[in-house]
Structure formats: C-alpha cells, structure tokens
Design a protein around this ligand. Structure first.
Ligand SMILES: [Zn+2]
Ligand SMILES: [Zn+2]
Length: 569
C-alpha cells in the first residue's frame, strides 16, 4: 500500500507549523509523510492505489514517544519473577501486551532508561520482542568501577570521553544514564546514603564529580540526549537539596533529570514532608541546560524496579505485598524490585501525586517537561490518558484533588493552579520535544518526509477517552484501526489488562533500535580492556554487540542517528 490519504483532520504539531489544530490533508507515501503539493508534483496521487481515512472531527498527531519507561532488561525480568501473578496487570505487562498497549494509545517509540552494559543483549532482545515500538536505551554508567577508578585517579577528560563513547557504541545505546551516582557502589561498602558532595567510601570521588565528568563526556562525544540523571537520595524528604546540588554539579552541561517528582521533596530533619516543586521550577528557569520528566505517581498497585539498590534497600520495608528482591551485580551495578501500593488516603502518597502535577503545571515550556510515570515505578504507562486529562481539564483535576488525603491536598498549591494543557502542548510534550531531546530528527513530527507514524484521535472534550483509544494508528505504512467499544489492552479501574489475545502483534512491522555512534581512541580501548578484566566479572571485549548480532540474533534492525555536532576538543 504505497499511499495513505488522511483527509480533513486537524493537525497538531506546533514545531512543524501546525498550531491550533489546522485542518489539512496529510499523505503517507511509502511510510513517510508527504504534503499534497509535494505528492502532486511527483505523481497523480488520485490514481494511486491506496487507502483514504476520513479524518473529519479527528485530531492527528505524530506517533507518541516515551523517553523513560522500563520495558526491558534484567530488573523487569526480576520483577516478573517476583510477581508472576501480575502478568495481566498493566504495571507489569508482558512484552507483547506492552507493545500492544502502547500502540493502542498512539505511541510508537519507547526508551528503556536503565540498560546495564553487561545485560544489554537481554535488554535489546526483550525490547525486540515488544511489538509495534521502535526502541532505544540509555546505558547505565556512574557506578561501574572502571569509571570510578578513572575519575579517582584524575584521568584526563579525553579518556573519560573515550570510555563513555565506547560503552554507548558497544551496547547499542542512544544515551547515558547515571543512577544515584556512586551510591549503588557505595552501598556495597555499607553506605546507606551518599550526598552529592560526600566522597565514595572507597574511591573518594563524589557524586557531584561523577555527574560533572559524565555530563561533559556525553556532550563532548556529540550525543544529542543529555546525561540522563537519576539524582541522589531518591524519595528522601528534603532531597530537593541534592537535586539542586546535582544541577550545580553539571556546571552548565546539558542534563535531563529523570522522574523529577521523586527528587523534589522538602521537609526532613523533623520538618514535615513537603512539596519542593516551586524550588525545582525556579531552578529550571535559571538553568536552561536542564530538562525533566516527571515520574507521576498514580494511585493503585504497582512494582518499583530500579538500579538504585541503596534506595530500594531503604524502601523494602514498605513492600506491598510483603516481598522484594535486591541484587548486587558484582562490580558494575545493582538493582531491586519492591512491589508498592500508592494509596489516595495516605498523606505521603497523596502529596507525591500532587507534586507531580505541580511540576507539569508550573513548568511553562512543555518542551522541557515530559510525560512519564517512570513506568512502572510511579504507575503504569497505561495511565497516560488519565494523566493527560488531569493536566488538561481543571475541573476534573479539582474533583480528583478533593478525593486525596485532606492534609496533602491542603499542603499542595494545586488548587490555585488554573492551567490546562492544550492539544498543541500535549503534542509538544509527547511528540516533538522528546524526539528533539533524543536526536530523532525525523520522528515525533508531521513535517514533510518525516517517518509516517501517526495517531488519529477522535475529538472529545474528555481527553482521557480521546487519548485512550485512537481511531487509527498508522505505523510504517500499516493502518491499525481501533474500536473504542473494545477494551483492547487498556487498564480497567482495577488495573487488570483486558485484551484480545489475537492482538495486532502478528501484524507488527519489523523492529528497529535507535542508536548513535560516537567515536573513541582505539589506543584507550586496549587499556580499558586490561583494567576492566582485572576488576569486572566479564571481559570488556565481550561487551560489543554488532549490528549483525542485533539483526540476526536479537531481532532488531539498528538505525544510527547523527551526532549532535562536531566533537569538541
Ligand atoms: Zn531512575
Ligand atoms: Zn526510571
């Protein structure tokens, strides 16, 4: 089917000049977006075989992009082993259910944010088994002992850059994430807390130094995606101090703060737990190099899965149901899975919910704050339509606010916030801005010649209903049609996933993995191999995954995106 005509729909993509829902025909020719004028120049499109979708009373957006969702890798597997009863629940879907559920919301790209280098093969294989989605991953650095050693001995920045570039390329990543810099390793030396300026008990380097070195390296080697940072002291009252210290530590280099809601708390030291959203928003105004995703908390059962063993150790006594798993991974990393239930009658949980919404609503620029629940940590990604309604419908939000724990409602300034997200702002936050922050130049947009992944939503003032089920999703030249009456892979209020097992998976297009290819000095590599083999549980030489292995063994075709710019000297 070479041509798909979408006629009469309202386009939402301000970044491509389609603001306010302009009515315009859109064509998809051989999987790429083409304007009618452009098509006419080349051929008489009316005579071409194809399909016409009547999009009157519909809103068209590019395919959604989720830049932080835990959908592949060891800790997801660990969570599934810990809670085998949950495979039909939205918070821990199978790979197949996850791919279907994303497609049924109009999403076509998802990024696994915490891929361990030593576990990259499994993470990619699992993502390749997730239908309908293009995927990508950030490789975890910052608790690996070779890097800690290099920083401790004051290695030149060029050497750090080489190491980071090698690790990104070897693991087929698109970016770098640091989780609780140095803290996961410090936990193995019995530290239970590591502040941004506290030296690591063995290596003597501080989290701030690790952030600074990695942020510079990511920038210097030309990655578009800034260093993706999970700050120190996740979930701890008063942790806004660590978050602000992390921003200062980055020293002006671009950083992205993941699940910022969990790092945005006042109180502690005898003072009550409180929102510090205003302080973080003020810091964002002052530091244009910083973006955030929220990690919104949604009420209900979920499971938290994190590379932050130090935090998960502190958290496991709150496990519901009462079981958890923590793993130290030799000299590279760690992780933990702790089931968790967020309750709307509980002060802290309710305030976490409110803090997330405050962040969304107080950051003026929708291209600097991203829609995430840190799936499944704050709640499942299937709750995005509900979350979109909370952001775009003030009275719906006020009704929800009246139902949370009263002291939390009183402690939040949410009732005084009138803002409602427009469709344009939703398109920016979930499409064009994440594409830009990831360096996916031809995705997340309806511009001419972009990848023709689009979602067509029925106009509906109930934004939850609207975004829960698009009428059509076009994915690489294939049209998927959804019936809103069929529940599909959507979460019921009890969190159960309903779906026809026939699913669209059999119809899925070939898998693609988005990557980048920074360069490094081959001379440094031989040194890294020798040193790594001395301290780690596997040989560094075994780490590299070739494009051929990705395609023939792991099941995904590699797409290499251009670097941000010339390499800095
Ligand atoms: Zn994280
Ligand atoms: Zn996360």
């Amino acid at each position: 089917m070479p041509l798909i005509r979408l006629t009469g729909g309202r386009l939402c993509d301000p970044a491509a000049g389609f603001s306010g829902g302009v009515a315009r025909d859109l064509y998809i020719l051989n999987g790429r977006i083409a304007t009618p004028r452009h098509v006419n120049e080349r051929l008489n499109w009316e005579t071409i075989a194809g399909r016409t979708l009547d999009c009157h009373d519909h809103v068209i957006m590019a395919g959604g992009i989720d830049l932080h969702t835990h959908i592949g890798g060891g800790k997801v597997t660990l969570a599934r082993m810990l809670m085998p009863e949950s495979s039909r629940h939205a918070f821990l879907p199978s790979t197949r259910a996850a791919g279907d559920a994303y497609l049924r919301m109009g999403y076509t790209v998802a990024v696994e944010p915490a891929m361990l280098a030593c576990n990259a093969r499994q993470a990619h294989a699992e993502m390749a088994d997730t239908p309908h989605l293009d995927t990508a991953a950030y490789v975890l650095l910052g608790n690996d002992r070779l890097l800690l050693e290099l920083i401790a001995e004051g290695a030149p920045q060029a050497k750090i850059n080489d190491y980071v570039a090698f690790m990104v390329t070897a693991t087929q990543a698109i970016g770098v994430k640091v989780v609780n810099a140095g803290g996961i390793d410090a936990f193995k030396f019995n530290a239970r807390k590591l502040d941004v300026d506290t030296p690591h008990p063995r290596y003597g380097v501080t989290p701030g130094q690790i952030i600074r070195r990695l942020a510079e390296a990511v920038h210097a080697i030309g990655l578009t995606h800034p260093l993706h940072v999970h700050c120190s002291n996740l979930g701890v009252p008063g942790n806004i101090a660590s978050t602000l210290a992390t921003i200062r530590a980055a020293d002006g280099f671009p950083i992205h703060l993941a699940h910022a809601q969990f790092h945005c708390y006042g109180g502690g030291d005898g003072k009550p737990f409180a929102s510090a959203a205003a302080e973080l928003v003020a810091a964002l105004r002052e530091h244009p190099n910083v973006t955030i995703d929220v990690g919104q908390v949604m009420f209900g059962q979920t499971i938290t899965i994190s590379g932050d063993t130090m935090h998960q150790y502190a958290n496991f006594r709150f496990a519901r149901p009462r079981k958890s798993a923590l793993v130290d991974i030799e000299c590279e990393a760690g992780c933990g899975a702790v089931p968790f239930r967020y309750r709307d009658r509980q002060f802290v949980h309710s305030l976490q919910w409110a803090i997330g919404l405050e962040l969304f609503l107080m950051v003026d620029d929708p291209s600097r704050v991203f829609l995430t629940t840190d799936h499944p940590n704050g709640g499942p990604f299937t709750s995005y339509p509900h979350l979109i309604r909370l952001l775009s419908d003030r009275s719906f939000r006020q009704t929800a606010l009246a139902e949370i724990e009263p002291q939390a409602a009183a402690a939040s300034n949410l009732s005084g916030i009138d803002r409602e997200y427009s469709l344009d702002e939703i398109a920016v936050m979930t499409r064009s801005a994440p594409a830009r922050l990831l360096g996916l130049r031809d995705q997340g947009t309806l511009a001419d010649n972009a990848v023709g992944d689009v979602a067509v939503y029925r106009e509906n003032s109930d934004r939850q209903a609207m975004f829960a089920t698009p009428r059509w999703v076009v994915r690489r030249g294939k049209v998927f049609e959804f019936d809103p009456a069929a529940t599909g892979w959507v979460a019921s209020p009890s969190g159960e996933l309903h779906g026809e097992r026939e699913s669209a998976a059999d119809d899925a297009t070939p898998k693609r993995t988005h990557t980048v290819r920074p360069d490094w000095d081959r001379g440094s590599l031989s040194d890294f191999i020798i040193r790594h083999d001395r301290i780690a549980s596997y040989s560094l030489a075994n780490l590299s995954i070739s494009d051929d292995e990705m395609a023939s063994c792991l099941g995904s075709e590699v797409v290499v995106h251009p670097l941000r710019g010339a390499r800095l000297t």
